[in-house]
Design a protein around this ligand. Structure first.
Ligand code: FUB
Length: 342
């Protein structure tokens, strides 16, 4: 069943983190879960993976998704409701192909769905769609967000009400092609190509009050090592690749992300939402499948990571979302998570 509302209860009897790390739904493939608490419920905004029959390549052409299904849960252990299609690529006037990892936000009675998709010239841009309900359906704005590019939007609203969009992804996410501020169509397929120079930074942009625009051009979000030096391009175990997420804990800002070709989830801590951030370490070891992509959310006083692997299909482009508890230790660092505990 691909349309309409559907409820699954795969995790109904789960009562521990380990038991929770089962696929949350199995009637569709889902990935890149961005979880938020709206009206006391957990809403999940994932990618909807499909087998589009596109050959796999290093730029991720096989991730040829065409719509989003929005999911919700009343409790972490409870059943998962699929609210059906919340946005379809055919209803995004400027879209070409590949509807990748989305995120959502709420402000002043409106829900916002942010999404990356290639435009008709095959350049990734970020779009925004709105709804009066967290489960959609969402209506896309007629044009991409001006000044947006690359992939993986994550929108964080600080305690003072200011919202920020974090975004970017190298390789197939095209971030490296924007190094000069303009898109280089024949630019590198991977990164800057110079292992000794600072790695490409994810971007952060302050959102306008109406949440539909950037207030100012996006800036580099600096990730430094403990000596204050930027992580380098060749440092594949630590440098940013894609899938950024921001959460705030005990007054500190935590920027977490995927290291891509080394398949870790890593994080860095800062004193301001715009950085700089200091690299802390890996908090989740690799999952099954090439990609790793997560979100972190607080629900009823506990913290959770939503993530994906390929347990159901064994295929890198047909993923399934999962949830596990995330623990901040007394010193503020994150307890490392092994997605496959013995
Ligand atoms: O789902 C398509 C892409 O794969 C996402 O945008 C990346 O973060 C990776 O998970």
């Amino acid at each position: 069943q691909e349309n309409g509302e559907k409820t699954s209860s795969a995790s109904d009897s789960a009562d521990s983190t380990q038991a929770l790390s089962k696929p949350l739904v199995s009637h569709i493939y889902t990935a890149d879960p961005s979880a938020h608490v709206f009206n006391g419920k957990i809403y999940i905004y994932p990618s909807h993976d499909i087998d589009a029959g596109v050959k796999e390549d290093d730029e991720g052409a096989h991730f040829a998704m065409r719509d989003y299904h929005i999911l919700s849960m009343d409790s972490i252990n409870g059943s998962v409701t699929d609210h059906g299609v919340g946005l379809d690529i055919k209803d995004i006037p400027w879209a070409g192909r590949q509807l990748w990892a989305p995120d959502a936000a709420y402000k002043n009675g409106t829900y916002y769905l942010y999404f990356p998709v290639k435009d008709k010239k095959d350049v990734f841009r970020m779009g925004v769609a709105t709804s009066k309900s967290p489960s959609g359906p969402f209506k896309a704005e007629p044009t991409p967000i001006e000044g947006s590019f690359s992939i993986d939007p994550a929108v964080f609203t600080d305690t003072d009400g200011q919202s920020y969009m974090y975004f970017g992804g190298i390789w197939g996410g095209q971030l490296q092609r924007w190094a000069t501020g303009k898109y280089a169509a024949n630019g590198s397929k991977t990164d800057s190509g110079n292992d000794k120079e600072p790695a490409l930074s994810p971007k952060v942009a302050r959102m306008s009050k109406d949440m539909l625009h950037f207030d100012a051009p996006a800036k580099d979000l600096k990730i430094l090592d403990k000596e204050g030096k930027p992580l380098l391009t060749g440092d594949h175990d630590r440098r940013f690749f894609e899938g950024g997420w921001m959460h705030k804990y005990n007054g500190k800002y935590y920027f977490s992300y995927s290291t891509g070709d080394t398949h870790y989830l890593a994080y860095a801590i800062g004193n301001s939402p715009e950085g700089p951030f200091t690299y802390q370490g890996v908090f989740m070891t690799p999952v099954k499948g090439w990609t790793t992509h997560h979100s972190i959310v607080e629900f009823k006083g506990r913290w959770y990571i939503f993530y994906h692997d390929t347990e159901l299909s064994g295929k890198t482009h047909l993923r399934n979302i999962k949830v596990a508890e995330l623990v901040h230790k007394a010193d503020g660092t994150i307890e490392p998570i092994n997605p496959y505990p013995a």
